[in-house]
Design a protein around this ligand. Structure first.
Ligand code: TXA
Ligand code: MG
Length: 367
């Protein structure tokens, strides 16, 4: 049975909340539903919206997998308020986690640690480890403070781009989640960085909103970056189990045009244009481009979607999932998307784009 085709008719309670100062009574009522009644709740984090359950309620955790149509071997991230709660879900915690907690938390950095027995296997997809992070969002923190640790994947239907705006959440989760806490746009728009601290040397499992370079600085040693983490190849083995599944994908086929070097923006745009002119002779295409280059394609008659400025990779990361969803509304045959340098959040952006395209990549030379 394909889980994503199951018709689910949950009555969803919706609360509009102030992202910085949510009403106490709303948080308390939501907390009671989650803790006492096993409700599953869509809540904002600084990265993307999550779909959460109380971590020690295995039945509620199972409801998350059904609501998302998520394969049961793809584990969830546990959201906690700080280092004290890390001890409730993990053990044999290395000292470096204390430093990470001091410098990077709350923030978009997830660490893989050894699981405590008390955490139900549903949360970890049967693995002996758990993923843990402290989200930097007042609504998430207030909710976790009341409920305790919350297990939550991104609040999208499995395989779809993560929700960064309320309407994404309504489209994917209305009638599937028990509660939606609508707090407007999320801050980063791209998921957390995941680092495995149970392997030696530590391993980057997913680049994300916390820059890799900053992570290396904190950890003070080499961090292995496997090709799968760059999105350069598909993983058939369970590195981060989620990485072996199709991800972030729009329904429209996508092609990524990559270059070694993006410093000559006009030269690069000309190459993208050549690719587009060739591929779009007998197809309806949309070009997903930066503010700086979008006009070049538009002048040649192409429909375009602007992702953000090349000079602000945070903006590109923030708008990425939203633009991928917009692409589907245009009903074209192909989306052609520009590439970006893999520096800072650029590493995460390229990982998501390569996966969203199903590894449909063209490499051009700008020299
Ligand atoms: O920013 C984020 O990380 C968002 C917000 C809601 O916190 N969450 C999120 O969760 O992106 P999700 O489920 O969409 O992605 C979590 C990833 C998956 O690829 C999963 O396989 C991996 O984390 N993961 C979870 N537990 C793991 C473990 N014990 N070992 C290896 N990978 C793990
Ligand atoms: Mg996800």
């Amino acid at each position: 049975m394909n889980l994503s085709t199951v018709v689910i008719t949950t009555i969803t309670k919706v609360y509009i909340v102030d992202p910085l100062n949510p009403r106490e009574d709303v948080i308390e009522s939501c907390c009671e539903d989650v803790k006492k009644r096993g409700a599953i709740v869509v809540f904002p984090t600084e990265t993307v919206y999550g779909l959460g359950a109380y971590v020690f309620n295995a039945n509620a955790v199972r409801k998350i997998f059904i609501a998302k149509g998520r394969p049961p071997d793809n584990p969830l991230i546990i959201h906690v308020t700080g280092i004290d709660q890390v001890y409730e879900v993990a053990e044999d915690i290395p000292d470096i986690v204390l430093k990470i907690a001091r410098i990077a938390w709350p923030g978009p950095l997830t660490v893989i640690l050894k699981k405590r027995r008390e955490v139900p296997p549903e949360v970890s997809g049967g693995l002996p480890t758990v993923a843990v992070r402290v989200p930097a969002h007042p609504v998430a923190l207030k909710l976790i403070e009341c409920v305790g640790p919350i297990a939550a994947p991104s609040a999208n239907i499995s395989g779809r781009p993560s929700p960064t705006e309320p309407h994404h959440v309504y489209v994917d989760m209305f009638g599937r989640a028990d509660i939606i806490l609508d707090a407007g746009e999320t801050f980063f728009g791209i998921e957390s960085t995941i680092v495995d601290l149970t392997s030696d040397p530590p391993k980057l499992l997913r680049p994300g909103a916390f820059p890799y370079e900053k992570l290396v600085e904190i950890v003070g040693r080499k961090i292995v970056v496997p090709d799968v983490a760059k999105g350069l190849k598909e993983s058939s083995i369970a590195l981060a189990p989620g990485m072996k599944y199709k991800h972030y994908a729009p329904r429209t086929p996508l092609l990524v045009v990559e270059a070694e070097d993006y410093s000559d923006i006009d030269g690069y745009a000309k190459k993208v244009l050549e690719v587009a002119e060739e591929r779009c002779r007998d197809r309806k295409c949309v070009l997903l481009a930066s503010k700086e280059t979008e006009w070049i394609y538009r002048e040649k008659g192409f429909t375009t979607l602007i992702i953000g400025s090349r000079y602000n990779i945070y903006e590109i990361a923030k708008n990425l999932f939203s633009v991928l969803r917009d692409l589907d509304r245009l009903g074209v045959d192909l989306g052609i998307v520009e590439g970006f340098p893999e520096i800072g959040l650029g590493l995460a952006v390229m990982n998501r784009l390569r996966k969203a395209s199903g590894y449909n990549i063209v490499r051009v030379s700008t020299c």
